[in-house]
Design a protein around this ligand. Structure first.
Ligand SMILES: *Cc1c(COP(=O)(O)O)cnc(C)c1O
Length: 424
């Protein structure tokens, strides 16, 4: 099926007389006739459901759609994007291990890896997304277990050279995990470029309406855990907490990663998505391919307008020819990147504040990827504990405005931006 068709119909095919729309199975548990029937589920010998913390038919149908969209072998939903990235990493890293990560990643993920996972004894080396092959190579250690990056970073908007990062990861016998939240599989499928595991904050474009927080993990099924058995004992040796199952042997390359993440991490941490949220997510997915095109067209129109405006000092958008990431965007994102544009006002922090106050359509929100245009000045919100020097070093100078272009008419957005700039 074409990607657009998967958006609409993937993951769920009703039988004769069954509901056309994915049913919301709002049930914590499932009934069996015999204890033996249920025992087979616990032994992972039969497919089926027993408790919605582990698996639920509504969530599974939506996960199947996301797996198909990314061209993966298996997928699972999580309660949030944060949970997805934590599970993806913690499924193969334990105390004493090490991660190589791009430095321009979402602030929440940066904190997760550099502070919270450090408390679990997992270390990280951050590398520039523009690191050379030699610089990447030098970041690895014998205990490195994963490489992490974002296809388009939030909010830095850098574009990851997925093939280069995948080559480095594979040369050291570890998988590349890519957070593909901003482009979505409509604009980029990282697995086709060598990524092994893909994560999402489905809260963003996949939902697309600011309605439900959620996340997803997709496994390509390409990484050969058994070929690097000594590095990944959690997948390649018996799990005594689960009847001595060796995931990579029992479920193969295509099933081991997601089965382990479900049987162990979802069992123990419980960051599951509710069937209601999964249903809302699926409504978003049904129009994802149509919406992404408009988000990207609006962002490009806004970026082009801003680039020519005398009160705007600079514009970051990889769709612009002036962007240092334009060549990478042409390679990995030929149909468009995302709806988020960052720009700096020549008048600095005060100009940014006046500008944002004067907007009528674009709302000030800690959110991106909504149908409604929104914007944020990181210096006065998410990064307000930093001084101007620190803000600059973090790549979010005081005058920076991040605007997430929604699905409105571009001429209305530009008119709103123009009148707000007039007030500056
Ligand atoms: C928002 C976001 C996250 C975190 O997702 P939540 O659903 O808010 O937990 C992770 N990665 C990226 C790229 C994001 O934009």
């Amino acid at each position: 099926m074409n990607r657009d068709t998967i958006c609409v119909q993937g993951g769920y095919t009703p039988g004769n007389g069954e509901p056309r729309q994915i049913p919301i199975i709002q049930s914590t548990t499932f009934k069996y006739n015999t204890s033996e029937d249920m025992g087979k589920l616990f032994d992972l010998e039969a497919d089926g459901y027993f408790y919605s913390r582990l698996q639920n038919p509504t969530c599974d149908a939506v996960a199947r759609k996301i797996a198909a969209l990314e061209g993966g072998a298996a997928a699972m939903l999580t309660s949030s994007g944060q949970a997805a990235n934590f599970f993806a990493l913690f499924n193969i890293c334990q105390c004493g291990d090490h991660i190589v990560s791009s430095s321009t990643i979402y602030g929440g993920t940066f904190n997760l890896i550099s502070v919270t996972m450090a408390k679990m004894g997992i270390e990280v080396t951050f590398v520039s997304p523009t690191a050379s092959e030699e610089e990447l190579d030098a970041a690895f250690r014998p205990n490195t277990k994963a490489v992490f990056g974002e296809t388009i970073a939030n909010p830095a908007l850098t574009v990851l050279d997925i093939e280069k990062f995948a080559r480095a990861a594979h040369a050291h016998g570890v998988p590349l995990i890519v957070d593909n939240t901003f482009p979505t599989p409509v604009n980029c499928r990282p697995i086709e470029w060598g990524a092994d595991i893909v994560t999402h904050s489905t809260t963003k474009y996949m939902d697309g309406h600011g309605a439900a927080v959620g996340g997803a993990i997709v496994d390509s099924g390409n990484f050969d855990w058994m070929a690097h058995a000594d590095k990944f004992p959690g997948l390649t040796t018996p799990d005594e907490s689960y009847h001595g199952i060796t995931y990579a042997e029992r479920f193969g390359k295509g099933g081991a990663f997601i089965t382990k993440a479900t049987a162990q991490l979802m069992r123990d941490f419980g960051c599951c998505q509710s069937p209601q949220s999964a249903f809302i997510l699926n409504l978003g997915l049904e129009s994802l391919h149509v919406r992404m095109a408009r988000h990207c067209a609006n962002a490009l129109a806004v970026a082009r307008f801003l680039e020519k405006h005398p009160k705007v000092a600079y514009v970051d958008y990889c769709g612009l020819e002036s962007s240092p990431y334009h060549a990478l965007a042409e390679k990995y994102l030929p149909n468009g990147s995302c709806g988020v544009v960052s720009f700096g006002l020549a008048g600095g922090r005060e100009a940014a504040s006046t500008f944002m106050k004067s907007l009528r359509l674009a709302a000030i929100e800690t959110h991106v990827a909504d149908a409604r245009t929104c914007c944020l000045n990181p210096a006065s919100s998410t990064h307000r504990q930093m001084n101007d020097e620190q803000l600059k070093a973090a790549g979010v100078p005081a005058e920076l405005v991040r605007m997430s272009c929604g699905l409105e008419a571009s001429e209305d957005l530009i008119a709103d931006i123009a009148q707000a700039l007039d007030k500056v």
